[in-house]
Design a protein around this ligand. Structure first.
Ligand SMILES: *Cc1c(COP(=O)(O)O)cnc(C)c1O
Length: 393
């Protein structure tokens, strides 16, 4: 029980992080779901003392919206996974991103956004930031482009590692240096790696944001987001979370913590399936290119090797340029093992076609099809994909 956690491998730590406190001298395996709004104190003095500690910036179980022991256990586990001091929970990944922008940006500021970030971030930009007098511009993910576009008003560089659909990796350490030289923050969406395969804070990022909805939950049945940061920044983000009344349900926190226990077992299985299928489809006559960072052909493969300890189950197909949308739709509709729907990170494989002009950073003339490789046997998935391609070939 007194093993030195810092010397253990992450896989081992994931089993022991955020476990239950004793109840009647013994412990349930997982922290129980604590449902409450009111938290009862034994007397007024205790209530006041708790409030004073809370106002000082301490996390205190004092009101449902301030987090229950279930959520606190998840926060502790998530902070440890990301290597940060404080993790905050949000009802969705998108809410976590919005919270970071609302807290850290003010009218007159400028934010530099990686071109290929999660598409809904562009809505935050157009529907909120621009209307609040916060200027934005895009960069292509490279440090050179960011350096060319950074201005004295830039307060934040916002990236995603790797960016959605095309998996353009960013050099977090170099972008952090650039941001800090200009008095700006570097924020990294770490959903792809889900805290396990990449550690933005260790590379110099100020804030890591994760949509737990994807691989952390792992079962496509919970929406949740997290923000991880250190020091004063973490405290400021936490204070604004209280101001805004942002909180998560204890049931969702419970399920997310349960998902976290098995992520080190699931991710390598997704990744092995994805790499095998990526290699299988690379060179298929109907497919112009396969995008996946673990493929040697990926333009930023070396950066992935340098900064990541593994991959996940996502890959994107660039279909041959002469295949129109109706044909590509027929390919996806023919698949029997791939669900048709948004999101990813669950146990089931998914397929989603997208017109080339609607995918940011897309350099191919053909239609994009994003595959999420689930936990099925890759041999069965390969057979299914071959059947779907044969149907349109
Ligand atoms: C899905 C996703 C989000 C948003 O998460 P939700 O929980 O669906 O709001 C943010 N960033 C990335 C990279 C995502 O894939």
């Amino acid at each position: 029980m007194t093993a030195d956690r810092s010397r253990q491998s992450e896989r081992t730590r994931l089993i022991h992080l955020g476990r239950s406190a004793p109840i009647e001298g013994v412990r349930p395996v997982n922290p129980p779901v604590v449902r409450t709004s009111t938290v009862l104190a034994p007397d007024i003095a205790t209530m006041r003392a708790n409030k004073a500690r809370r106002d000082d910036g301490s996390r205190v179980f004092s009101y449902g919206a301030r987090g229950t022991p279930t959520a606190h256990a998840l926060e502790d586990a998530w902070a440890a996974l990301e290597g940060g001091e404080r993790a905050l929970l949000f009802p969705t990944g998108l809410a976590a991103i919005a919270h970071v922008m609302i807290t850290c940006l003010a009218p007159g500021d400028h934010v530099l956004i990686q071109n290929t970030v999660y598409p809904q971030v562009h809505n935050i930009r157009s529907a909120y930031l621009e209307r609040r007098g916060i200027a934005t511009s895009y960069f292509d993910g490279t440090v050179q482009d960011a350096a060319a576009k950074i201005t004295p008003a830039t307060r934040m560089i916002y990236g995603e590692n790797p960016g959605s659909w095309v998996y353009d990796l960013i050099d977090v350490a170099a972008l952090a240096t650039l941001a800090h030289d200009h008095g700006a923050l570097l924020v990294v969406d770490n959903t792809w790696a889900s805290g396990l395969l990449h550690k933005p804070l260790a590379h110099g990022a100020d804030i890591s944001v994760i949509a737990g909805t994807k691989y952390v939950v792992g079962h496509s049945d919970v929406m949740i987001g997290a923000v991880v940061a250190n020091g004063d920044l973490g405290r400021d983000l936490w204070r604004m979370q209280v101001v805004m009344g942002q909180t998560v349900s204890p049931d969702d926190a419970y399920l997310t913590l349960r998902g976290l226990r098995t992520i080190a077992a699931r991710l390598p299985m997704h990744a092995a399936g994805a790499l095998r299928i990526a290699r299988h489809l690379e060179g298929h006559p109907l497919i112009a290119a396969v995008l996946h960072p673990a493929l040697e052909s990926h333009p930023r493969h070396e950066l992935w090797r340098r900064d990541f300890t593994g991959a996940n189950g996502l890959l994107t197909l660039a279909m041959r340029a002469d295949l129109d949308m109706a044909t590509v739709d027929r390919f996806v509709d023919t698949l029997g093992l791939f669900g048709i729907g948004s999101s990813w990170g669950g146990f089931e494989s998914l397929a989603l076609p997208q017109a080339p002009d609607t995918v940011r950073g897309w350099t191919h003339p053909g239609i994009a099809v994003r595959l999420h490789i689930g936990l099925e046997d890759p041999a069965d998935l390969e057979a299914d994909l071959s059947r779907g391609l044969a149907a349109i070939g």
